[in-house]
Design a protein around this ligand. Sequence first.
Ligand code: NI
Length: 184
Amino acid sequence: MALLKIAKLGNPILRQIAKAVDLNELVDPESELQTFIDDMIETMHHEGGVGLAAPQVNQSIQIVVLEYAENKRYPGEISIPLTVLINPVLSDYSKETKEGWESCLSLVDFRGLVPRSTTITLNAYDRNGRKIQKTVSGFEAVVLQHEIDHLQGYVFIDRMKDFTKLSYQEEFEKFWVKKEETPS
Ligand code: NI
């Protein structure tokens, strides 16, 4: 396994539409693609991210990994088990939206207040090529919308409605997080 280099905002790969994965490439557990998925997971853990999309590690293909268990950047959110999504598609975006402060390993010093649908439907495959279909809400729905946006060439600031709520992490902690919620 290996740590992968993170593409930061300004790298054109973050603005490309990622290619669909050929599911046949998932069959061999020793394949390059399966190793790449392991590397994505290792990199997400190493960087302390809640999710990572393949374009963020310089591969313009439709793979997303996510996991959340006690992350200082998002205190108090409900856990998300380790999930690998191949060719994920979201639909049935709820009209109801909720704003939350997001950050991104590709815009690592920034936080922004982003409105997201509270409920969505996910269609995807897992790393064994098995079909996944589920309706998701809460924090997991936010993470999925953020990560799957990366596969379409969007980053969270594109979804912001009010740029007065774009902040450096340092100032976010000073001015926008209540004292008791400040990550420590
Ligand atoms: Ni991101």
